[in-house]
Ligand binder design. Structure first.
Ligand code: ZN
Ligand code: ZN
Ligand code: FE
Length: 757
């Protein structure tokens, strides 16, 4: 007989780790105990040489699905003389504890759900230690039932037995429930009346009839309607006041997804993963999905059911459902029953309610295949707040407040970064209060007390103001330039600290010279950057108005960069609404309310507008999204561009590009060729700058970040070019390339700038 001590760290609590250890010990005939502490799982066992070896091997090799092991220490010692194996009482204090995010219904629960012989047959709140809600129902740590929104459901005898049996897959499953003791579901009409019969069947019938139903999901309400019913989809758009921006769909199963979209192996994996995100996929032509679900683009956002409620509903409905956040445009997702009635009664015809409260708002996450990898576009349910491991240990806690659009915040504690779920556009009080309450919850859950606060350089971002108004005068504030933060966010994900060539292409970010940056090539490390390349400045007549109306941006380009003659400007201005022509010209002449921008997003806007693709942008990035949808990826034509020297950096002048594009368009060339050639040119001039910078700075590593790299064609083209030129290329995997990942970069920059203090 010999002894063995093991310490396991990572996400090993709330995932069935102790029963797993218990069963392993039984299998290998070991005696001893296992227990949780705040920071780890501790195991002491006695057994034969062979038994201990097998135990240790399986411990690392067959871990439960939601567990994530970061570190294991094991030590041989003499046998202690244990007589049996037991799970002993946890040693938990008020410290911090790692638990997994919410996970999609597991196979075992799914088969119970479908088996008429099981007591949870058809029960919409079935879960176990391998699946179900976590962060959406936790109020504080340590993670146990009393501190979740399940605390008001006392367990019945059967559930209690499962909960206490280490051989049961529901051993210490905190949200455990059954029809006898757990949450209940009901369907209420907008007028307050209760629907008769089975609520899920009644809900499916309403949806079949073209109604809009607000469904209480995992992280908030979702609005559902029949995706194949154009009239229902149009009504949802009108009531939700959401124009143009595509709706996500839920399909019953993988087959349903394949009927609507083309899928690669990586995309199928993403669809089936236990995070169950919305996956942006290429739509097949001629499907039954209403045109208005995703107007003007060739992709659809699809997800598979991820709660028992969704599984039951999708089985009843048997077709694609629009499944979009339960809110009005630009507001946070609704979570409370009364809140839903207050906010959504003008939108929904009925409400599928239940009485398990949602503690925290989590939207559905969105991912897309970019350059062959699955990349988050919106990181929320089931991803956040899983920690991101940092390549350093911070001595003081850090809060990074993020950007204005697609806001997330980031808390750093020691070597972990907790990036919040997608908060949204920080433009109104509702979203700001979502930001503040989520931050409060995170601070409590992870025991963080920020001593350093990082924020963007933009003085008017609400996140910047929040940092300034932070009530603790002793915190140190650190300003981080937007594109520097983008580049560092990608570096940090990959543990890279050495200087890189950073390509940060996005819509808008405050520059050190006060201009609107967004087509930036930096030489950057964590603490500093040098702007070594950018797009030539172009005027944005009307400022914000130029973003909403891309033809204004095109006018700005034609006026200052590409007009060969007054006649050429006249020709373009003739395509602009009559009422705006005079003021546009005046703004360009006087530069009144006309900031300068080097934004790559705005360059895409201008190109789209010149091609008449998107007259008015109804959502952020719409012109670029539509331009990408039109581009034929088989085309490798390219337009000219100029690379100018400016001090010791480079300026890309796309005037020749836009002129050639416009000529081609007016000459009647196919728009799919022209759009593709434009993408190819952006990739080409970026590669040209990277080559020049490589020679001057002896750097070979290129980091791609910023919202423009949600464009799959641009990302693919640039990757191909960079790889062919033997660059080492780093792209996002864990956080979004858009502003949703910015707070991670801000936090790391703030750490680097204050590490010596
Ligand atoms: Zn399960
Ligand atoms: Zn029960
Ligand atoms: Fe940005």
């Amino acid at each position: 007989m010999q002894g063995l001590s093991v310490r396991v760290r990572g996400i090993v609590q709330g995932v069935g780790f102790r029963p797993f250890v218990y069963q392993l010990a039984e299998r290998y005939g070991l005696t001893g105990w296992v227990r949780n502490t705040n920071t780890q799982v501790e195991i002491e066992v006695d057994g034969s040489e062979e038994g201990l070896k097998g135990f240790l091997h399986d411990l690392l090799d067959c871990t439960p699905p939601l567990a994530r092991i970061d570190a294991v220490e094991s030590e041989r010692r003499p046998a202690s003389g244990f007589t049996c194996f037991e799970i002993i009482e946890s040693q938990l204090d008020a410290g911090w504890q790692s638990i997994p995010p919410d996970a999609a219904t597991c196979e075992a629960c799914l088969s119970e759900l479908r088996d008429p012989g099981e007591r949870r047959y058809g029960y919409p709140f079935t879960n176990c230690t391998h699946c179900g809600p976590r962060f959406t129902i936790i109020d504080s740590l340590p993670y146990d039932r009393d501190r979740t929104t399940m605390s008001c459901f006392p367990m019945c005898g059967d559930c209690r037995r499962e909960y206490e049996d280490p051989r049961d897959r529901r051993f210490h499953a905190q949200p455990i429930a059954c029809p006898a003791c757990g949450p209940k579901l009901w369907l209420q009409m907008a007028d307050g009346g209760l629907a008769q019969g089975d609520p899920i069947e009644a809900c499916a019938a309403l949806l079949k009839g073209g109604s809009i139903v607000a469904i209480k999901g995992l992280g908030g309400y979702q609005l559902a309607c029949d995706a194949t019913n154009p009239e229902a989809v149009a009504r949802l758009r009108a009531r939700k006041r959401r124009w143009g921006k595509p709706f996500a769909l839920m399909v019953p199963d993988l087959e349903g997804a394949k009927q609507l979209c083309e899928t690669t192996a990586a995309e199928i994996n993403a669809l089936l993963s236990r995070e169950r995100p919305i996956v942006l996929l290429k739509q097949r032509p001629g499907t039954s999905v209403a045109q208005d679900v995703a107007p003007g683009i060739d992709t659809l956002g699809l997800m598979l059911p991820y709660t028992p409620l969704h599984h039951l509903l999708m089985r009843g409905f048997a077709g694609p459902l629009v499944m979009t956040s339960g809110n009005l445009s630009e507001e946070p997702i609704a979570i409370g029953n009364r809140e839903a009635v207050e906010r959504l009664s003008d939108v929904a015809d009925a409400f599928l309610f239940h009485d398990r409260d949602i503690y925290a708002r989590y939207d559905d996450s969105v991912v897309r295949a970019l350059g062959g990898a699955i990349v988050p576009i919106r990181r929320a349910r089931s991803y956040a707040p899983a920690p991101i491991h940092l390549p350093f240990t911070a001595r003081r806690d850090i809060l990074a407040c993020g950007a204005q659009q697609k806001n997330t915040f980031c808390l750093v504690k020691e070597s972990k970064a907790f990036l919040s779920q997608h908060i949204g556009e920080l433009e109104n009080l509702e979203t700001l209060s979502h930001f503040e309450s989520s931050l409060q919850a995170f601070r409590q859950l992870f025991r963080v007390d920020p001593r350093i606060i990082a924020h963007d350089m933009h003085p008017d971002y609400l996140s910047t103001r929040f940092a300034h108004d932070y009530p603790d005068p002793s915190v140190m504030r650190v300003v981080v330039q937007h594109h520097h933060a983008h580049v560092v966010s990608a570096m940090a994900e990959h543990g890279i600290a050495e200087p890189v060539i950073g390509v940060a292409y996005d819509g808008t970010g405050y520059g050190t010279d006060g201009a609107v940056w967004g087509g930036e090539i930096l030489v950057a490390d964590w603490s500093s950057f040098k702007r070594v390349g950018h797009l030539r400045y172009a005027p944005m007549p009307g400022g914000e108005a130029a973003i909403r109306k891309p033809y204004r941006m095109a006018a700005g380009y034609v006026w200052s960069l590409c007009a060969a003659s007054e006649a050429e400007f006249e020709a373009f201005i003739a395509t602009v609404p009559v009422g705006e022509r005079i003021i546009l010209r005046r703004q360009l002449e006087t530069q009144l309310n006309t900031p300068l921008t080097s934004s790559c997003g705005r360059l895409f806007d201008a190109a789209a507008a010149l091609l008449g693709v998107c007259r008015e942008a109804l959502y952020e990035g719409q012109p670029a999204v539509e331009l990408e949808a039109l581009a034929d990826p088989q085309v490798d034509d390219m337009y000219p561009f100029d690379l100018l020297r400016d001090g010791d950096g480079w300026v890309v002048d796309p005037a020749a590009t836009l002129r050639a594009l416009w000529c081609d368009f007016r000459a009647g060339r196919s728009i799919s060729r022209v759009a593709a050639a434009f993408h190819n040119t952006v990739a080409a001039f970026t590669l040209a700058v990277c080559r020049a910078v490589r020679d001057e700075h002896s750097l070979n590593r290129v980091v791609l970040s910023g919202g423009c790299f949600q464009n799959a064609l641009l990302t693919q083209r640039l990757l191909e070019g960079l790889v062919a030129a033997e660059f080492e290329v780093v792209t996002h995997r864990l956080v979004p390339p858009n502003d949703g990942g910015l707070s991670l970069g801000q936090a790391v920059v703030a750490h680097a700038l204050t590490a010596g203090d």
